[in-house]
Design a protein around this ligand. Structure first.
Ligand SMILES: Cc1ncc(COP(=O)(O)O)c(C=O)c1O
Length: 370
């Protein structure tokens, strides 16, 4: 797909410009969400991968989440959200929505009764397919059915799964959100987001976003298309290496709980098997030595790097309590199970044995330093 690197389009006549901008004629106008062939190609591929009628692309995952939530919820309304979410999303919900008159009710999505009760009269329901950072897999068909029963739009962040692992629209969710920055781009070299939904949903989102800004730009769409061409290969490799690393960590004496959807006998393994094509590249584990020991492990790694983001070719580790989830107060962190010893790993595409040796060395070094 060629890169149409332009912000604006010229017209032969004033009348033509008026007809196109008002939607009475086909054409391109301006780069703030009015349409661009490269961005449009990315949207079409995403709709096809997610099995939705349409998609609308954004400048980041956070821009996508902000747009869909503020489109669906107005002042005086209440939204219902899982309490296990990416820290930036929690921050949007806790710090900004209430200022705009939208109340947020966080729920334990494993508590069916609480979810059903909360959904009554809500403007939307929000959950992640595989939660950040605990990689919990919710009972998505049950949650989608509860939303349908209550007449509440279901919004799901499918970033950790990617469309290769799961298509939540097929389970009944109405708006499927991605941070394209992660697995869709796949190379940690772009920021982007996308919402996959019905044609009608896209029309509403686009109209909302023309005023909000935050549309995806052509170069990012072009990079995303480059990334999507290898999505299947990358997800297969991420999953295979993450499965090896999870099994290795389970056997390590200084490691407490290991969170990975693909671990046999794990809390979500049966559900993950039925809902996900593969367990994916994200895992998290607790070091029994708390903050000091987990920081020492991260600092000792050489193949894996310490850094923000996930879903790229390079393995990245993060200490959620002090970084990606620092926005949560201590009580919310505790409710979400984010302990001081928790380390999140985005498993990259490196040689599996190299990575295992790296973690083995880092755990020994941290043990020795502790
Ligand atoms: C699950 C999830 N959703 C959304 C986002 C936000 O995406 P972006 O950084 O592209 O705004 C992140 C960022 O880490 C994330 O992990």
């Amino acid at each position: 797909m060629p890169l149409y690197q332009t912000a604006t389009w010229r017209f032969d006549t004033t009348r033509q410009f008026a007809d196109v901008i008002s939607g009475q004629a086909e054409g391109y106008v301006y780069g703030r969400g009015y349409g661009n062939p490269t961005v449009g190609a990315f949207e079409k591929v995403m709709a096809s991968l997610e099995g939705t009628e349409a998609a609308f692309a954004f400048a980041s995952g956070s821009a996508a989440i902000h747009a869909v939530v503020t489109m669906l919820a107005s002042a005086g309304q209440r939204i219902v959200a899982s309490r296990n979410l990416y820290g930036g999303t929690v921050s949007l919900f806790q710090r900004h929505l209430p200022r705009m008159g939208v109340q947020v009710q966080f729920v334990d999505v494993e508590d069916s009764e609480a979810v059903v009760q909360a959904l009554d009269g809500a403007a939307l329901f929000y959950v992640e397919t595989i939660s950040n950072p605990h990689v919990a897999v919710a009972d998505l068909p049950r949650l989608a059915a509860a939303c349908a029963e209550a007449g509440v739009p279901g919004v799901i962040d499918n970033t950790f799964a990617s469309p290769y692992l799961c298509n939540p629209s097929q389970l009944g969710f109405d708006y499927v959100v991605h941070s394209a920055t992660k697995y869709l781009g796949g190379h940690s070299d772009l920021l982007g987001g996308v919402v996959c939904c019905t044609d009608e949903g896209r029309t509403r989102l686009r109209s909302h976003s023309l005023d909000l800004g935050g549309a995806m730009q052509p170069f990012e769409a072009w990079l995303c298309l480059r990334g999507l061409a290898t999505l299947e290969l990358r997800m297969e490799r991420h999953s295979a290496t993450a499965s090896n690393l999870a099994a290795f960590l389970v056997a390590s004496p200084s490691v407490g709980a290991v969170h990975y959807p693909g671990l046999d006998g794990g809390r979500f393994s049966v559900r993950a098997k039925s809902l996900l094509r593969l367990p994916g590249g994200m895992l998290a584990f607790e070091h029994v030595g708390g903050y000091e020991a987990s920081a020492a492990v991260c600092d000792s790694l050489r193949v894996a790097w310490i850094g923000a983001s996930l879903g790229g070719a390079h393995t990245l580790v993060a200490h959620p309590a002090s970084t990606t989830h620092r926005q949560l107060d201590a009580a919310s962190r505790q409710a979400a199970g984010i302990s001081d010893g928790l380390i999140r790993v985005s498993v990259g595409l490196e040689d599996s044995a190299d990575l295992m040796a790296d973690f083995s060395g880092a755990l020994s070094a941290a043990g020795a330093s502790g």
